[in-house]
Design a protein around this ligand. Structure first.
Ligand SMILES: [Zn+2]
Length: 367
């Protein structure tokens, strides 16, 4: 098992780095081949409307990127997980899921660049105005995520198991928080991996459990997972992460403003808001996202550690928590002890080993 997990994660890392290299090379090529100016000029011949020219360049970039990265996405998302028994979806079902995700991502991406360029043509402070609008859009997406988006990929049913339901109500009242709905997603149709999350904002806030977790975990282990998710609720983690994203969005668009102005001189676009410069803006924002990802991951690991501490405190049952971690590691073929550098750069959660160590420490403190 451990060897299998090691092999799986080594290959995932290699394929992930290859994917990054291919994406980087793709953007360098389209930048120097002048894809932006060419498509912008062609679109301008049909109609002068800014929204249309922006859409044409954005679609060209996105479709090209989807095509060049597809083989690696298939290897990472389908071939490798299937080979290791994590996924049992048919290729058709997997492709349908991917297409749905691409259409939703594409629509949101297009909306984003249209907002950015419309504001760019209006005000020099576009980056601040656009950041405000995009953060509002992120809040809306977070709100509708569990009720509109997730059901496109999973059938969601309220947790039916009476025993577990009672456990939830007990935990929630012990934590002194208003009732949070618990829903089960039919992941078992797709694969064996288990997961849980707190999703939504306000009225749509709820805990989502994969049915693989409900089926394979002992009741006190499900309680431990639920308690962790309630920790996210109590700590307002959806909001905390949104605030962090908001800060990064302002930074990214401000940097985009500075470098679009410089880029207009280097590459001879008519103006910073000339859609010909869109590939350059995507490179700037993407590169910043890459550079800041380890920081975001570090914050996320801190948030996850706090949710773990909350769960241990609430249930007072470190043994069940450790059991849940062991089971998660097995089902998800997790790398229990990744290289420290890998954990620092890429992990949004502390490693399983670290989480188990923390629980063991809390047990010996309590005992
Ligand atoms: Zn969590």
């Amino acid at each position: 098992m451990a060897e299998d997990a090691k092999r799986y994660h080594r290959l995932q890392l290699i394929l992930g780095m290859l994917g990054l290299a291919v994406t980087g090379a793709y953007f360098v090529v389209i930048l120097f081949a002048g894809l932006g100016p060419r498509v912008a000029r062609w679109a301008g011949g049909l109609s002068d409307a800014l929204a249309w020219r922006v859409a044409a360049v954005a679609a060209a970039i996105a479709i090209g990127q989807a095509l060049v990265t597809f083989p690696l996405a298939w290897l990472r998302g389908y071939w490798l997980p299937r080979r290791h028994g994590l996924l049992h979806q048919t290729l058709g079902a997997w492709l349908r899921d991917r297409l749905k995700a691409a259409l939703i991502g594409g629509a949101l991406g297009l909306l984003t660049v249209e907002i950015v360029y419309a504001l760019m043509a209006t005000t020099p402070l576009w980056w601040l105005a656009a950041a405000g609008v995009l953060v509002a859009l992120q809040v809306v997406v977070a709100f509708v995520f569990p009720v509109w988006l997730l059901p496109l990929f999973y059938r969601l049913t309220p947790l039916a198991d009476e025993h577990l339901c009672k456990s939830v109500v007990d935990l929630v009242s012990k934590a002194g928080i208003p009732v949070v709905g618990v829903w089960v997603a039919d992941q078992s149709r797709k694969g064996r991996t288990a997961n849980a999350a707190l999703a939504g904002i306000g009225r749509t806030r709820r805990v989502i459990l994969f049915d693989t977790l409900v089926a394979r975990f002992a009741p006190d282990e499900v309680r431990a997972v639920l308690a962790h998710e309630l920790g996210h609720h109590v700590h307002h983690d959806v909001w905390r992460m949104l605030v962090l994203q908001a800060g990064l969005t302002v930074l990214a668009l401000w940097l985009g403003d500075v470098l679009l102005r410089a880029g207009a001189n280097w590459w001879g676009w008519q103006a910073p808001w000339d859609p010909a410069g869109l590939p350059w803006l995507v490179i700037v924002v993407g590169a910043l996202g890459l550079v800041t990802a380890p920081f975001v991951n570090a914050v996320s690991r801190g948030v996850e550690r706090q949710a773990d501490d909350f769960a241990l405190e609430l249930t007072g049952d470190a043994t069940a928590f450790i059991g849940a971690m062991e089971r998660l590691a097995d089902l998800n073929l997790a790398e229990r002890k990744p290289h420290r550098l890998k954990e620092l750069l890429l992990y949004s959660h502390p490693s399983i080993e670290r989480r188990i160590l923390a629980a063991t420490a809390s047990r010996s403190r309590a005992g």
